[in-house]
Design a protein around this ligand. Structure first.
Ligand code: NAG
Ligand code: NAG
Ligand code: NAG
Length: 414
């Protein structure tokens, strides 16, 4: 308790020092939130320290080494880049509800009768279809681990636009990089979803074995830590779900997981050699698992195949995810002391696939060779700057793919 308090104080001071505007957050629950800091990059010295008790459940080989070194613990660091727990500024909100009204007008003759209600848009899409079977006082924390790569902005754009359809959702985007990304900070407000953006780099000691890198672990640990520090358990019920940026989510999934009392599970499509990973249900109870990589795991499930009630995090304050590739789900669920008979099957007793482990093909970043960067025609210079800034390609005068512009079927070197 005391430790937690100290941590909180430190965090608050840090944010104040960073000259961040602090706003009162009366959104879903009470906590002091920062409305943005365009100050990037954060130096690594300003990274926050994950509270040490969350490390207690670790049982990976590195642990003793870490505990042994008393000086610095490089593995426990993350920084909150930005928190926005409300929609954008009033002007942006107007723009958004205008857009919303136009959308409604074009699909039906109904006019949004309540444009002043700032969250009304958010509840509609989910409830309009089949009625909301969920508990709409229950918040969903949607934790997305992400990492810098060519496809990152594209993936987050697509996911953000899925999440826009879901009511009562708080998005925690945890990025595997030491500094906050300006591009992502520019992007996230576009979805009008309350969110927190965190920089949570993987500690370098885990990068030695590229075949077994525990990807996304520092991100998820940081997000869980953030929830433990910021969620007021007395305030609002909430459910936690891990959704990768390249997965595909059916909107019905959110209705299903919102009613999670303790832990729920459901099938994930496109996983492993069976094409699906799922619990097997008989008479409403889990009788086993269907997953092509058992690996002696008690819970052979995919990260996207379960949701937990936030109360579990507080009941087991030391439970966390180990830096052990392939065993993150199993060890995390074991740390939460889950029993098989407690698992609530969702998605029609695990017969429907509402989440897909889609993956985006990775291609190397192309370098475009131009004759001279100074004489690129028209908009091309600015466009190529953008391509470079987003990390999806590069421009060079000396190497790369020779490039041409095309006009009337003729090609000209640029
Ligand atoms: C929640 O409520 C309990 C019992 O009323 C109280 O002891 C506790 O301090 C409260 N916690 C917070 C974070 O408000
Ligand atoms: C909905 O959530 C509220 C607040 O936690 C709780 O009191 C209520 O029992 C829940 N209802 C259902 C149907 O789960
Ligand atoms: C799941 O199975 C149980 C037990 O057979 C049954 O009572 C329940 O209606 C089923 N639920 C759905 C959504 O099919």
């Amino acid at each position: 308790m005391h430790l937690k308090k100290t941590w909180k104080t430190a965090a608050v001071m840090l944010l104040a020092v960073a000259a961040v505007t602090t706003v009162t957050a009366a959104f879903y629950f009470n906590y002091a939130a920062t409305a943005c800091c365009a100050v990037v990059p954060l130096s690594s010295s300003s990274l926050l320290q994950e509270s040490s008790n969350t490390a207690a459940m670790d049982n990976e080989p590195y642990r003793s080494k870490l505990v042994g070194s008393s000086a610095t613990r490089p593995s426990k660091l993350y920084a909150v880049c930005e928190t926005r727990d409300k929609l954008r500024s009033p002007a942006d909100r107007d723009r958004f509800s205008r857009h919303r009204r136009q959308t409604i007008d074009s699909t039906s003759s109904t006019v949004d009768k309540n444009p002043g209600n700032k969250y009304s848009y958010n509840g509609e899409s989910e409830t309009a279809r089949n009625g909301d079977r969920g508990n709409d006082t229950t918040l969903i924390y949607f934790i997305t681990p992400t990492y810098p790569r060519r496809e990152q902005i594209a993936e987050l754009t697509r996911l953000g636009q899925t999440l826009m359809h879901v009511s009562r959702l708080y998005w925690i985007v945890a990025d595997d990089r030491p500094d906050c990304s300006l591009q992502i900070m520019n992007l996230l407000p576009d979805f009008s979803i309350p969110y927190t953006y965190i920089a949570s780099p993987m500690p370098s000691i885990y990068k030695h074995n590229p075949d077994a890198m525990p990807r996304g672990v520092s991100n998820r640990r940081a997000a869980l830590n953030w929830i433990r520090l910021n969620h007021n358990i007395n305030d609002s019920n909430a459910v936690i779900y891990f959704g990768d940026d390249d997965n595909t989510f059916h909107l019905d999934l959110f209705k299903e997981i919102r009613t999670t009392k303790k832990i729920s599970m459901f099938p994930v499509g496109l996983v492993g050699e069976y094409g699906v990973s799922s619990p097997i249900i008989d008479k409403g109870k889990v009788v086993g698992f269907f997953d092509s990589w058992p690996a002696k795991r008690k819970f052979p499930v995919d990260m996207a195949g379960f949701a937990i009630n936030v109360q579990l995090l507080f009941k087991y304050p030391y439970a966390t995810m180990p830096y052990k590739a392939g065993f993150e789900e199993d060890r995390f669920l074991s740390a939460l002391a889950i029993r098989l008979d407690e698992i609530e099957p969702k998605a029609e007793n695990c017969t429907r696939i509402l989440v897909w482990h889609t993956q985006t093909a990775k291609k190397p970043k192309p370098i475009v060779m131009v004759r001279s960067k100074a004489t690129l025609p028209g908009s091309l210079a600015t466009l190529l700057d953008q391509v470079t800034m987003l990390g999806i390609g590069g421009v060079s005068e000396t190497t790369g793919v020779r490039s041409y512009m095309t006009k009337n079927g003729n090609i000209f070197r640029v």
